[in-house]
Write a protein that binds this ligand. Structure first.
Ligand SMILES: Cc1cc2nc3c(=O)[nH]c(=O)nc-3n(C[C@H](O)[C@H](O)[C@H](O)COP(=O)(O)OP(=O)(O)OC[C@H]3O[C@@H](n4cnc5c(N)ncnc54)[C@H](O)[C@@H]3O)c2cc1C
Length: 277
């Protein structure tokens, strides 16, 4: 009789670097290597055989990637900072509290304890909470490779579904967010159930020069809009004028998503205005 061995994961090499340089070297040296952060996306796609890296480079021992600091007007979030860390950080609370608020809306406590800001943006799932928020906040992503470090504005970081400007062999080390100063931020989403995936979401930053409104879930990358004014009519007009062509799926048709995008946009701008007043 033939024996059948069911295995959860295909065989994979595992490395646990002790420094960021070491991690970058391992990623660059192995074409099929992938960084392992909280594993909340990566391990699931590996189990589903949708990804099969040859080497996992585990970032969990790299404490320098977990630090949350403020320097001058910049809040610096290590790529391995978890959602739970963001929620409890006094630096985040003072500099850009919307980050803690939104981190607290992601999934459930287990995912929030393991999932990281770096993993969230590097997976660039268009339904994730953090890509539109970080674009609205004017964040900058610090990417390190064998040739050194470069900084990528959040608007340029997301390049397609599951694709970002952090290329093979590169590591996102930190996300830099300007401290709020005169800006007020808001976020709104409609999810599948209470802790579920977003069907539509929107992030807004209202400041002196104007309004930045960013929509998630309606395209492969966050959609940036600049409404003429912060009243509901102007915000709705900006969304309607954007020519959105969102996907249809089991959670909603394209029409329904377009409608929800406008609803979330109005709520996000209203939330930002309420925070600023
Ligand atoms: C049940 C469930 C519900 C969820 N619901 C939501 C939700 O509502 N909203 C939401 O936003 N997310 C949700 N998620 C996803 C969750 O937020 C993940 O934590 C996140 O998408 C990935 O973060 P991670 O730290 O787990 O990364 P991992 O899964 O370890 O990695 C994800 C990808 O990013 C790469 N990567 C990770 N870190 C780096 C780095 N520093 N540099 C370069 N590449 C890197 C990895 O190689 C991998 O390709 C959910 C997950 C689960 C399991």
């Amino acid at each position: 009789m033939r024996e059948i061995h069911a295995v959860l994961l295909r065989e994979v090499e595992y490395a646990r670097p002790v420094s960021v340089d070491d991690a970058v070297r391992l990623l660059a040296a192995n074409e099929g290597a992938r960084a392992l952060a909280g594993g909340q996306t990566l391990l699931n796609v590996m189990k589903a055989r949708a990804a099969s890296p040859d080497v996992l480079v585990d970032l969990n021992r790299l404490d320098e990637l977990r630090a949350i600091t403020v320097s001058g007007d910049t809040l610096r979030l290590g790529a391995m900072a978890t959602y739970t860390q963001l929620m409890g950080s006094s630096e985040v609370e003072v500099a850009r509290p919307i980050l803690a608020e939104v981190a607290g809306q992601i999934a459930d406590v287990q995912v929030r304890n393991r999932g990281t800001i770096g993993g969230n943006v590097c997976s660039n799932d268009p339904t994730n909470h953090l890509p539109p928020l970080l674009v609205a906040l004017g964040a900058t992503f610090v990417v390190r490779g064998q040739d050194g470090e470069r900084k990528v504005p959040a608007r340029d970081f997301f390049v397609g579904v599951y694709l970002t400007a952090a290329g093979e062999g590169e590591l996102l080390t930190a996300v830099e967010v300007p401290a709020a100063a005169n800006a007020a931020d808001g976020f709104a989403s409609v999810t599948v159930g209470r802790d579920g995936t977003c069907i539509a979401n929107a992030a807004a930053c209202v400041s002196d020069p104007g309004i930045t409104l960013v929509l998630g879930c309606v395209d492969a990358v966050p959609v940036v809009l600049e409404p003429a004014a912060d009243d509901a009519e102007s915000v709705r007009a900006a969304v309607e004028g954007a020519g959105l062509d969102p996907p249809s799926d089991v959670h909603g048709s394209a029409d329904y998503r377009r409608h929800l995008a406008a609803v979330c946009a109005v709520r996000a701008v209203a939330a930002a205005k309420a925070r600023g007043s």
